[in-house]
Design a protein around this ligand. Structure first.
Ligand code: CTP
Length: 402
């Protein structure tokens, strides 16, 4: 293949040297296009020596061969590693101020980016919007990983390892889904059930479905084939679902059970993020319950709903992974002890514990969770925007399946 490797100005550029070596070792023709800033980290001589081809950053070099577009036209695959926040922004805007910019605009080849930056920059809404735009255009995004960053910081933002980038790039070039969940069928339930009392009233809960929706979007971005079963989720929350997510709807716990059972057959992973009513009214009134009939005291008789996730876990096929959520108002050791009992009771592989309260967990953009596995030990902790938490949960699922 004719592979263009764009390099932007981040310290992770040193790891891209290994990426280029791997591509050369695999028998590809590689042309490196660094930005001027990238050359402050790794010099031109290194890129030329390692890629065995001439390297320039300028659209004014080699004009006779119309280099500013010819690299992009000839490319079978374009990789940008590291992709800094600045380069992602330029790509999203379609800026063509340097050779990398013109190459990216001139190519119709698959494009793979490996972001690298500090966690704050990665989480910034501007970066998130740029990455979403690029994904929408079909750009494959590899990483970033969660780990040590420059200067002693640690968190999501570390560039993926060269082999992971190469593998994802080859998959993209072959038209296959990329990402660490590629090829997996995933079911996510989200939102809260509503149990009717009469034609106009229901028993519900405060779940907005945002965490579940973020889980579905993150799984699709990581290459999974996703079914999202949405329980009473606002259309605005569902509006931003990426391609690769098919949405089904359920209203009550019994509807959710049936929809989830159907979707779970053949799925590799089921994540029950929906808040399910534990009880439903024993009888649904035909007409509106009125004060005239009920007087100053109304008694509702409730019956228990089936435990959907426990049922799924009991009936699961070999190799299927079941993940439950636990909304808890307890804290500290008590929280973990309750979570362990709940995981055992439900028989699930992973339990995502999140603390909820009057001001916590619901209708707020951020969340904080601990994931425990079958041993009862915490295997992941995450805090921040619900999308960040979603990515951490999928990393824990991926690792638990390995
Ligand atoms: N769940 C379920 N079916 C139910 C109730 C809950 O599948 N009838 C699932 C939820 O989707 C979640 C997990 O079980 O993944 C834990 O829900 P939670 O409300 O925290 O637990 P409960 O079993 O209801 O226990 P309790 O409310 O007593 O803490």
């Amino acid at each position: 293949m004719f592979v263009v490797v764009g390099v932007s100005g981040g310290i992770a550029a040193y790891k891209t040297v290994h990426l280029v070596r791997r591509l050369i070792a695999d028998g590809h023709e590689v042309h490196v296009v660094p930005t001027d800033d990238a050359l402050r980290f790794v010099g031109l001589t290194t890129w030329e020596a390692i890629s065995r081809s001439p390297v320039t950053t300028s659209v004014h070099d080699d004009v006779a061969t119309v280099r500013h577009v010819s690299l992009g036209q000839r490319a079978d695959l374009v990789i940008v590693a590291p992709a800094t926040a600045n380069t992602l922004a330029k790509m999203a805007a379609g800026l063509a101020g340097d050779l990398l910019g013109t190459t990216l605009l001139a190519t119709t080849a698959p494009v793979v980016v490996a972001p690298a930056m500090h966690t704050e920059m990665w989480r910034h809404p501007a970066t998130a919007a740029n990455v979403a735009t690029l994904r929408e255009r079909g750009v494959a995004v590899v990483g970033p990983d969660d780990g040590p960053l420059t200067g002693g910081d640690s968190g999501p933002g570390r560039m993926s390892e060269p082999d992971a980038i190469a593998d994802a790039a080859y998959a993209a070039a072959a038209g296959e889904p990329t990402g660490d969940l590629a090829g997996l069928r995933v079911v996510v339930t989200a939102g809260g059930t509503r149990e009717p009392i009469d034609p106009v009233r229901y028993l519900g809960n405060r779940s907005s479905g945002r965490q579940g929706a973020a889980l579905a979007a993150a799984a699709a971005d990581r290459g999974a084939d996703v079914t999202l079963i949405a329980c009473n989720i606002d259309a605005s929350v569902l509006a931003e679902m990426p391609r690769g997510v098919s949405v089904a709807r359920a209203g009550t716990a019994l509807e959710l059970r049936d929809a989830t059972r159907a979707a779970a057959s053949g799925a590799d992973v089921v994540v029950m993020a929906a808040a399910v009513a534990d009880y439903r009214p024993a009888e649904v009134a035909e007409g509106k319950v009125t004060k005239e009939e009920a007087g100053d005291r109304l008694t509702l008789v409730l019956v228990e709903n089936p435990d959907i996730v426990a049922g799924l876990a009991a009936d699961r096929a070999e190799g299927q992974m079941i993940v439950a959520f636990a909304a808890e108002t307890a804290s500290g050791d008590d929280l973990l002890a309750r979570a362990r009992r709940k995981r055992e009771r439900k028989g699930v592989d992973l339990l995502v514990v999140n603390r909820v309260g009057w001001e916590r967990g619901f209708d707020v953009p951020d969340n904080r969770v601990t994931v425990i596995d079958r041993t009862g030990e915490p295997v992941a902790e995450a805090e921040g925007p619900k999308r960040t938490v979603a990515d951490a949960i999928w990393r824990a699922v991926r690792d638990a399946r390995a």
